[in-house]
Design a protein around this ligand. Sequence first.
Ligand code: APR
Length: 259
Amino acid sequence: MFGPGLNRNENQMLSASIEKVAELIRNAKYAIAFTGAGISVESGIPPFRGDGGVWNSHHPIYLEIDFFRKKPLQSWIKIKEIFYDNLGDAEPNIAHKVLAKMEERSFIESVITQNIDHLHQKAGSKYVYELHGNYKQLVCIECGSEYDISFADLNYLPPTCYVCKGILKPDIVFFNEPIPQFAKKRSFEEVSKTDLMLMIGTNAEVLPAADFPVLAKKNGAKIIEINIKKSQLTDKISDIYLEGKATEILGKIGEYLYL
Ligand code: APR
């Protein structure tokens, strides 16, 4: 069953669309993927919005940089609960693995992701641009020293810097923080070159990340959207909208590409 609640005829149409998308990928000159939290839902990581969304049960203020600086302990208690208690043992699902295989076989060039779970890299993708950082790194808000998460014992919060005793923060982009320069620059370069973007599992609400698919479209790329429901951009930029779970649709695309 592909799309939740699709009837037999709709599913046949969806299957034909997936076959067409596989053909478009095969013939693309520079295909890339743009992913959001939805691609990791089937790895057990909740999305931020929609059913089971993190922001339905936690206030986003704990991920706001000025609040974090003022109340690091309160923020860290929530951050540990929202992210570190969940992400540690999450494994890549078939959607991550298909994208990694597609890169290996040169069907796609890179993945631009809003996710901080590192699952694209864990699945084997090499060219991954993390617009919102990644949870496996910590950074000192005083001296900028960087640590792997394994350095910190999260039973003692907030973790502090070995060099200057400053507070350590997850190296993820908090609200009112800029996106990392490297990921931003590389993403603009990828988006300026692409002729086909797979936009997977994003509500496309958060800027500047959600500007990248819009820019790809402006540059003449075909936008293929994979989502269980329409996003903010579906009716604005998506050339083909494949309704369904990322694992099911990318699994099918992988079959058509003989991955
Ligand atoms: N398969 C495909 N799409 C799915 C699935 C699934 N199994 N489950 C959920 N989705 C879709 C939802 O329909 C929704 O469009 O994934 C999207 C999740 O939306 P968000 O939770 O808003 O995730 P995202 O768009 O990545 O959020 C962007 O917001 O809070 C910030 O920094 C955070 O990176 C995050 C950013």
